[in-house]
Design a protein around this ligand. Structure first.
Ligand code: NAI
Length: 352
């Protein structure tokens, strides 16, 4: 289920064109790995690359937006958001709001061979992606007093709640939990919670519950199996997603999907730049490769997606080729080369 996103039309003899935004930090090297593996797997996708970094001009950013609107789909790394620079709005957040990518989906699964607290995690986090604390409306009303507007609307709460219940229904999941802080933000989070409760009434076959966000973080660490699908406003979404990624083995494994009515953007789940590990051949390429597989599924290229994701899973769980972030001693290139070897083997065996 990918919201109401229409599949973009295949172009030029059945090949798809997808926008690629490498971003800062490890983004460019990870995109190189994606291109390489796609080549070996014979994936019929051409990338239209537009690089946006923290230093790119407004013109380049606009060009990237037009490019995504034209192609309908993008694969993206993270762009540094320059903390401290009050004149610079996060490009990542602006891109999501400009394209109205209102739903962020993170499927948190653990890998049997990656050491983590729980070996059998399987939860889905659905995050409102366009409003809340990310409205980027802050001002200093008088010296020393800063106001930051958190915007919650019935419309955006309603569509994200519906997205969560539809997702649960289509994926055979039995429970949706709304995450909030309505005990303190009684009007804003109160509206979010009330809207979720109203939508839940239309899905009597799916159990509904709610939980305060701070308790949620504690419960996720101590008893994560009580959760199935979780739906939450924007800022809680990024915090809880990072907790979930941490539980499943860190920033290098899980992918994140962003959907709106018209466009879809795929990226690593934690959305960080990994600048400190850039260029060292140590970054885990798996989160970006999983994002690339999500993108292939979205395009309807399910055979190619399965070919590559099976190769990723074999590399991690059978061949045990692991980068340092998940406790191994292998390099990024070792992982990529092993995935290519598994792809070639599967193609030779005619497994796909
Ligand atoms: P970071 O980029 O420093 O990453 C956190 C840690 O994870 C670092 O130790 C990094 O080396 C490691 N890491 C990340 N990806 C990895 C990979 N693939 N393989 C191995 N190790 C990996 O995170 P930070 O400081 O939170 O963010 C840096 C930039 O990213 C900032 O500009 C921030 O605004 C932006 N960003 C971060 C988001 C987040 O959820 N953390 C969300 C959106 C943007």
């Amino acid at each position: 289920f990918t919201a109401a996103v229409p599949f973009p039309l295949a172009q030029y003899g059945g090949r798809f064109t997808v926008t690629m935004i490498p971003g800062d930090g490890i983004g460019p090297e990870l995109m190189g790995y994606v291109r390489n593996i796609f080549r070996y797997a014979g994936v019929p996708v051409d990338f239209e690359e537009i690089q946006i970094t923290k230093d790119s001009t407004e013109d380049v950013f606009e060009k990237a937006l037009v490019c995504i609107k034209r192609n309908g789909v993008a694969l993206k790394g993270s762009i540094e958001s320059k903390y401290g620079d009050v004149n610079f709005s996060s490009r990542n957040a602006t891109l999501r709001t400009q394209l109205d990518l209102y739903a962020n989906v993170l499927h948190c699964r653990s890998h049997p061979a990656v050491p983590c607290r729980y070996p059998d995690l399987d939860l889905v986090l659905i995050r409102e992606n366009t409003e809340g604390e990310y409205s980027m409306m802050e001002h200093e009303s008088v010296r020393g007093v800063v106001e930051s507007l958190k915007v919650i609307t019935r419309r955006c709460s309603d569509r994200i709640a519906r997205y969560a219940f539809e997702y649960a229904k289509r994926h055979g999941r039995s429970k949706v939990t709304a995450i909030h802080k309505a005990n303190i933000m009684k009007i804003s989070d109160g509206l979010f919670l009330e809207t979720c409760r109203n939508v839940a009434k239309e899905y009597p076959e799916i159990e509904f519950g709610d939980m305060i966000v701070d308790n949620t973080c504690m419960q996720l660490v101590s008893r994560p199996h009580q959760f199935d699908v979780m739906v939450m406003p924007n800022l809680y979404g990024t915090v809880v997603s990072n907790v979930a990624c941490g539980l499943a083995g860190g920033p290098g494994l899980l992918s994140g999907q962003n959907y709106g009515e018209h466009f879809a953007v795929f990226e690593p789940g934690t959305r960080n730049t990994g600048t400190s590990v850039a260029g060292l051949n140590v970054a885990n390429p798996v989160a970006m490769l999983n994002a690339a597989c999500d993108m292939l599924n979205h395009l309807g290229l399910t055979q190619h997606a399965t070919l590559i994701s099976d190769a990723i899973n074999k590399t991690i769980n059978e061949d045990l080729v692991h980068t340092a972030d998940i406790g191994g001693e292998n390099t990024s290139l070792d992982v990529v080369q092993n995935i290519i070897k598994e792809v070639q083997q599967a193609m030779k065996d005619g497994e796909w």
